[in-house]
Ligand binder design. Sequence first.
Ligand code: FEO
Length: 417
Amino acid sequence: MTSEKIVDGIWWTGVNVYTNDLFEGIWPIPYGVSINSYIVKGDKVALIDLVKAGGGGSSENIIDQLASIGVAMKDISYIILNHLEPDHTGFVAHIRELCPTAEILTSERGVPLVEAFYGLKERVRAVKDGEELDLGGGKVLQFFYAPNVHWPETMVTYEKSTKVLFPCDAFGSFGALKGCIFDDTISDDDRHFFENETLRYYANIVATFSTSVINAIKKLGGLDIKVIAPSHGLIWRKDPKRIIDEYIRYAGYMSDYAEPEITVIWGSMYGNTETIMRAALRGIAKEGVKVAIHKVPETDASWVLASAWQSAGLVIAMPTYEYTIFPPVDYVLELMKLKHFWHKKVLRIGSYGWVGGAQKHFAEKTEKMFWDHIGPLEYQGAPKAADLEKAEQLGQELAREVKAIPAKRKRGAGGEG
Ligand code: FEO
């Protein structure tokens, strides 16, 4: 793979990682993920963000990539680490050997992490918020702290002459790049693919930090941004506003109801909860509300979260299991709690066999999530006719409330055809 020119003096030098390993040790990436790094060439050369070590040859390519644009490792004067998570920095120790005179630049909170992760202290320097670095040849980098997008030390880098923003994780997505790296060179099908993978990436990786995303976008609002070059996913040169607006919308789902849609998350041991879930679906269908149905544990939480993040309504259908919540559903609820899946309208339904317990634990777990509860409906053993009728009524009630919520997503954005 060779480097690709973005604008005069700036190149993409990333990798596509295809692996059975889970991203962050949690999230499946069956369609791969790109890890993008960038070269900025003035009189001096800066390498912005790196790649992980190993992982399908992800780090080994970089020497050849740089050679393809006439840059030898020894030519690099600065290694800019916007963010210390090892998917972007795993190669740091090795690159220090390859270009021993290069100075590593990161934020104040990043410096101790360079030592903690890689044992490096020499020629590691903190840049200040707003500081500029003149590379000569007309290229000037400016650094802006963007804490918690995605961890506390994060900063972004902006090249002033070309107006290219390097925001690291922000504006990123899952999904390997399919031979083209720009937003204006992909097919409509691939655009749809990346929209879905952007939502999944946001719900899995970024959701918790939605307030920080909004703060960072506000802080950078005064910059004239012509190109957004994130560290995962497409480079936005035709329509950078599109991905900014998408992130603003996703971030907004934390503090207000999301889209007028319903995600059904269900697990059933012997079918008694499935039966009641299907009755609730009949009620929802009467109102014509869009529904996504996810059975757990068969569906990985990664996709469940993506669906739930953009849904204003949830049906949580699960039985009691050993006096508490059916564990596969409990795992999803734990993630939703951790990641601030707030402001939902929620119907919880399910059976118990001997004694209950699921509803008590469900109420405790979701107490501080700003959820408006409809129901719940619990019953012993198999649902009776009255239970099924009630579930249908509650499903319709939920759908009516969800339908009244205004859509934030414009047609054609965020995976809609
Ligand atoms: Fe892509 Fe937070 O690392």
